[in-house]
Design a protein. Structure first.
Length: 623
């Protein structure tokens, strides 16, 4: 070893990567749907953890990067402010990210929900690179508001006259984004396979002299194999061998997790600002390049659940909100609360989603009625004017990985705009299609895949398949049907036919008569489903009908306000129920707020079974 080699080997350092993901514009610890503080969420609390982690790094002679991994630009009312405010001050998310000195932002699928122009507007005057490596414009003349990769340089403390540390960043999101946001992206962009794109861009970054390559991968844990176009690709990304660290996202999990080991350091910091991800890399200069010699990854939560004297638990904040973030967003916060406090009408019954998977969801029924009321006049003098009109709706807030407070809950009385957004948290547009009875049955079969197969005579099995998202449980109002969970799911999660001989949907009928395969229906439904969201091939293959562009939120507001006529679906019976099986019980989780509505349930079929460690109520379901 020469003297220069020995000198290089003596140069060591550390890089600390701090990461957030899936903030969904939860910038403050405030729930705008209930208009109450919420210590379980908020970038303002994560900001305190960021400051602490930076101080630790500085004390240890490490340099830091602060990164976000997408689905952070939109998602709560504070981000969906009136356009006229964009000329007054930059978007709240952009200001918060600048205040905290983010080094780069990757994009997620929900960042495209409002289209490219709205995304561009939201990113105006943001002072760090915004990345998406696998989305390309179909028209070379179309300018996209992001770059494909970036190289950052950092000089390590005490490393004067030494080669700077060159860090390459890339960002990938699922190809399925083209389906989920088809109304905004169709004909404008294409999306490459995540694993292939990451391989190509990481190789290019290495050729460009990068010592370390980090992937902002807006994707979750899925299969280990690198099948083309998979939605959750963290395993094959980790197996590329060209990435030094990965920030995961999209599925709202918390990683690292010993149940999901991967071959490179990885973090997925939950969602809504619940955690800060921390990756520490020890590095050494060797032959003119910095190499990683040791790596670790960890999560830091902003709050934790602690047991109380009874069987319940209480959420306790671990850090305070950063006052600089609160002060910077004070005007936006006040404007948002005022806008969400606009009255729209009244409700004579509570509208909540605590029992949405048990067939009791009046909020979902309201969505269905409003959709039908908006569509029905538009079908006059069309080929569908004499067809039965159905309406498909799926829950938007149903707990799961977003936590036990993530449920719609609108009390009796005055309804405000915040309640409308609580019922319909996504900015989907309304669509109408025509399909036949066979397609309708297949649609319901795909929806019923949400349930696990429950063997007759069993007890305590979870009723829901946690690998399937609750927002893909379409309930179709205007028909009635039974769901037999003793049968295996007919369709797999990817929409492929898994069990051709299995039928969970029983006794499908319209106005009391069995639905024939050749019978035709018009269905009001969201743009998300018709665009391909949830892999409902039968919905995509239905015949679309032209109707004026409408947002689902707007038709809910107008229906509650009385600006739309009452729809006949007001008088339709409940659409579905679970088939009974003697001596069979299952279990389902819901939010603690459900205690106020336990009288909605049949005590002979449903029983309260305590609380889970993460704060959900356990409900026993007798089938």
């Amino acid at each position: 070893m020469t003297g220069s080699d020995k000198a290089e080997d003596s140069k060591v350092g550390s890089l600390r990567i701090l990461a957030t993901t899936d903030l969904h514009a939860n910038l403050l610890s405030h729930d705008y749907y209930s208009d109450q503080p919420d210590p379980a969420l908020g970038l303002s609390r994560v900001a305190t953890l960021i400051a602490q982690a930076r101080r630790e790094a500085a004390a240890n002679g490490a340099v830091t990067l602060l990164l976000d991994n997408g689905d952070s630009i939109f998602g709560t009312p504070i981000a969906e402010r009136p356009l006229e405010l964009s000329d007054v001050r930059p978007a709240p998310v952009a200001r918060a990210f600048d205040l905290l000195n983010y080094d780069a932002i990757g994009l997620g699928n929900h960042d495209f929900d409002f289209g490219l122009d709205q995304l561009r507007q939201a990113l105006l005057r943001i002072n760090c690179p915004v990345l998406c490596s696998n989305m390309r414009a179909l028209n070379p003349q179309l300018s996209l508001p992001f770059c494909q990769s970036v190289v950052l340089e950092r000089v390590l403390p005490g490393a004067d006259n030494t080669a700077p540390l060159r860090i390459g960043l890339l960002s990938v999101l699922p190809m399925q984004t083209l389906k989920w946001a088809a109304h905004a992206l169709h004909g404008k962009v294409t999306i490459d396979d995540m694993v292939q794109s990451a391989s190509k861009h990481s190789a290019a970054l290495r050729r460009n002299g990068c010592d370390i390559v980090v992937a902002l991968a807006h994707t979750g844990i899925g299969e280990t194999g690198a099948a083309y176009g998979i939605e959750n690709a963290l395993h094959p990304l980790a197996n590329l061998g060209s990435l030094d660290a990965i920030i995961g996202g999209h599925t709202h999990l918390t990683l690292p997790d010993p149940r999901h080991p991967v071959s490179v350091p990885i973090v997925m910091p939950g969602a809504h600002g619940s955690h800060l991800g921390v990756i520490d890399l020890s590095i050494r200069l060797s032959t003119g390049r910095w190499d990683v010699t040791y790596a670790s990854s960890a999560l830091r939560p902003i709050a934790e659940r602690r047991p109380t004297c009874d069987t319940d638990s209480v959420l306790t904040p671990l850090v305070d909100e950063d006052t600089s973030v609160i002060e910077a967003l004070a005007e936006d916060h006040a404007e948002t609360r005022s806008r969400m406090a606009q009255p729209v009408g009244r409700t004579s019954q509570p509208l909540h989603s605590y029992f949405t998977f048990l067939g009791h969801d009046q909020a979902l029924a309201l969505v269905a009625r409003a959709q039908a009321a908006a569509v029905r006049p538009a079908l006059t003098d069309t080929v569908a004017s004499n067809l039965p009109l159905l309406s498909a709706a799926a829950p938007g807030k149903f707990g799961a990985r977003s936590g036990p407070s993530n449920y719609t809950d609108v009390p009796v009385g005055q309804m405000y705009m915040r309640h409308v957004v609580d019922i319909q948290p996504f900015p989907n547009e309304l669509r109408t299609v025509v399909l036949n009875g066979a397609q309708l049955r297949a649609w319901l079969e795909m929806s019923a895949g949400l349930f696990n197969q429950i063997a007759p005579g069993s007890s305590g099995e979870p009723l829901l398949d946690n690998d399937r998202a609750g927002h893909n449980f379409d309930v179709i109002f205007g028909v009635q049907y039974d769901i037999d969970v003793s049968a295996p799911a007919r369709f797999a999660i990817d929409g492929e036919l898994a069990n051709p001989d299995s039928h969970r949907i029983r006794n499908l009928r319209w106005k009391g008569a069995p639905v024939r395969d050749s019978q035709h229906f018009a269905v009001a439904v969201s743009s998300y489903r018709i665009g391909g969201g949830g892999n409902f091939a039968m919905a995509q293959s239905a015949t679309p009908l032209p109707i004026p562009p409408l947002r689902v939120r707007d038709v809910i507001r107008d229906y509650v306000a009385g600006r739309l006529d009452r729809d006949p679906l007001e008088h339709a019976p409940a659409p579905w129920r679970l088939v009974s099986h003697a001596s069979t019980e299952a279990e389902i989780f819901t939010g603690p707020g459900a205690r106020a509505y336990l009288s909605d349930l049949d005590p002979s079929r449903h029983s309260l079974r305590g609380t889970t460690p993460d704060g959900f109520l356990r409900i026993g379901v007798r089938l």
